[in-house]
Design a protein around this ligand. Structure first.
Ligand code: 5GP
Ligand code: ZN
Length: 113
């Protein structure tokens, strides 16, 4: 997808600190970390947001969560972690390529749910 920041990061056109990659998933450290471990887990397929997940593309969401379990183990998040998806304007999404924030490395306090 032209002009998508995360597509450019996946393609290596914009540098990132990669922590994981497989055929379907790319993961890298957030540029503005909100916790000691803050990793963005992104499907390689361009899907704009959670609203656009459907029966044709939902396998990549499962792949993201498989990757999250592996990354969390590799990062030593044995005591738990949080996965967040922001969707659309009201959800606070700023980059319109579906992604999951993996946060951990401390006892997370702010909870909405
Ligand atoms: P959102 O607000 O869409 O849920 O999350 C977007 C995330 O992307 C933010 O946490 C932001 O810090 C991160 N981000 C934005 N631009 C870049 C970048 O160029 N590189 C990296 N590594 N993270 C970025
Ligand atoms: Zn994209």
């Amino acid at each position: 997808m032209d002009n998508c920041l995360f597509c450019k990061i996946i393609a290596g056109e914009i540098p990132s600190t990669k922590v994981y990659e497989d055929d379907d998933v790319f993961a890298f450290r957030d540029i503005n970390p909100q916790a000691p471990v803050h990793i963005l887990v992104v499907p390689k397929q361009h899907i704009c947001c959670a609203r656009a997940v459907n029966a044709e593309n939902s396998a990549c969401v499962a792949k993201c969560f498989e990757a999250i379990a592996k990354i969390a183990k590799a990062e030593g998040l044995d005591n738990g972690y949080r996965v967040i998806n922001n969707c659309g304007e009201d959800g606070g999404q700023t980059v319109m390529h579906l992604h999951f924030h993996l946060l951990g490395g401390l006892k997370l306090s702010e909870k909405m749910v």
